[in-house]
Design a protein around this ligand. Sequence first.
Ligand code: ATP
Length: 682
Amino acid sequence: MCIFVVVKLLGLADIGSNLRDLWIWANLSWGFISCVICGVQWYLLTLIKVTPRICRVTEEDRRCLNINTDCEEDTAETEEDKQEEEVNKASVMRLLAYSKPDLPYLLAAFLFLTLSSTGRIFLPYFTGQVIDGIAIEKSQTKFINALITMSLITLASAIFAGLRGSIFTYIMARLNLRIRDDLFSSITQQEIGFFDNIRTGDLVSRLTSDTSTMSDALALNINVFLRSLITSIGVIVFMFKLSWKMSLVTFAGLPIIIIVSKYYGTYYETLSEKVQDSLAKANVIAEEALSTMRTVRSFANEGGEKSRYYKALTITYRLGVKLALIYGGYVISNEVFELILTIATFYYGGHLVITDQLTAGNLVSFILYQIQLGECLDAIGDVYTGLMQSLGASHKVFEYIDRKPVIFNNYKGYEPDRLHGRIEFQNVNFSYPTRLDTTVLKNINISIEPGEIVALVGPSGGGKSSLVNLLQHFYETQSGQILLDGVKIQNYSHSYLHRKISMVGQEPVLYARTISENISYGLEEEFSQADILNAAKLANAHDFITKMTKSYETETGEKGLQISGGQKQRIAIARALIRNPVVLILDEATSALDSESEHVVQQAIYSNVKGRTVLIIAHRLSTVESADRIIVINQGQVAEEGRHEELLARGGMYANLVKRQLNTLDMGSSKSQTDITASVFF
Ligand SMILES: Nc1ncnc2c1ncn2[C@@H]1O[C@H](COP(=O)(O)OP(=O)(O)OP(=O)(O)O)[C@@H](O)[C@H]1O
């Protein structure tokens, strides 16, 4: 109907009707009004489809009519859309606020953008002038003048475009730096429970791809959007100036192209999102397999992992096929509509040139403008999708940047000059945040004196590691408190607490750095080379380190994979000892050592414990028996406590476990004494 109105107007103008006649405009207005009414009707029809009216159908109707929950889905979808819109609005504001420090650069970039876009608008006009000068007027002066003007405009526009591009890229780099820094710092502040619940791959993709997509929003999409918008406005003005009749032909056909593009675009976008999601799932599978390649190899499960990955990829592939079909349909229909529009323009333009209503040069200019407008509208469409993607990504990034950790790390807390190392657990009850329904520690009351060596023993899963996790303030207790020298651990400064309490964990993590850097990890220049050597000697690591060709400068590889398990443990012990901690926690820290090395390390620890409280979690009898006190933890409770001999005499759980252990050893009478002391206790 729109096209009909336009064609009627052009036809009347062409047969020489007086366009000032009222009846002509009344007729055209009627056509236009009916067009609007038609649009409104279509809109109302679409609304009916998604109104929750069907939802008022009773349960009985639903059963009789076998109506499913589609209507609920529809309403849910509209709710979701609304929410997404709100989120996008908030993200735009946030993104703009984030760009505040770049305001001077942004203003400069926008200035150059306006200048370069304005320059580009004049180019087709002068191209037409050159053609008119050559072909119609055959005037050398006219075409040379037009050529010079065109060259100057092109040159200026190129310089401005270059300046615009580099400033936007610079802004993008600055924005990226700020966002990544803020995001990484926010993530590293989160409580340990947060990391229990989230995949590392997820966080890494926030840090890498989402932050890039997000800065693209500003530097790339907004740049392209504004550039295309300014050019489009200028182009439309020129088109109407050259020929209002031809402009009407162009704009009559344009809505069809826009509707087709939007229809396909929305569908394409939804499918693309699905492809991205399925690809992310496949990536998780690949990441898991690649990061555990040793385990995969040792179970010879390469085939299993391959087929898991292939299955995930097949989903992406199927979606990809659908996407390809949709894309094909889109390109064909788009090209056909564009062809129709071009033919209409040439046909009508040719008619205008032949009837002397338009010059040939102006026709060429007009067609160039038409192409430019098509490009700009295409770019605006693409930018919209890109902008939405960026906003989606920025929403996720801001969610992490804004997240307040559940456990607050006190950065300016209590820092006494001297710490004695008295530890008290008072009525502690604890569940992990990921499993709140399971109480891991139940009413724990333990008091450890400064300088005492306490061994925590008990069956696996009893709660020993959870106790030391709490002592390091990795988690918050549900009730009760943990005191260090009579002060709640949460009142201490974060860095002070972790300088005074050092831990060597069950699977010590080394970084892909040199041995020397691993031992001094986190110490920031407050140590000497002698300190590193001393700590390594205490941990019985010095000898094996100096035997390596690069000695302390040997790289340990990713997660310390280039050295043995026992060597890794000794470096981790040296890393704990260099801090000269008041409380030393060894959670199965010597389990990978042979009994000889373990003995040396233990001697080193025991002879250096003066003024140091040591908490040892161990399964080996040799490690446990020489402790000042043994605490048996079973099912989250303190089952028994006392010295080795006392507990043996008491004949309780500890004694039973020792007896059972020794019986097992008696049966293997060929074992040496070393084997006995090294054997697994619990
Ligand atoms: N991060 C966690 N999230 C949820 N539950 C956990 C977590 N870590 C441990 N648990 C659970 O808490 C309970 C106590 O585990 P903990 O590691 O403290 O036992 P443990 O005595 O140190 O065992 P082991 O001797 O095998 O190291 C177990 O049931 C375990 O499954």
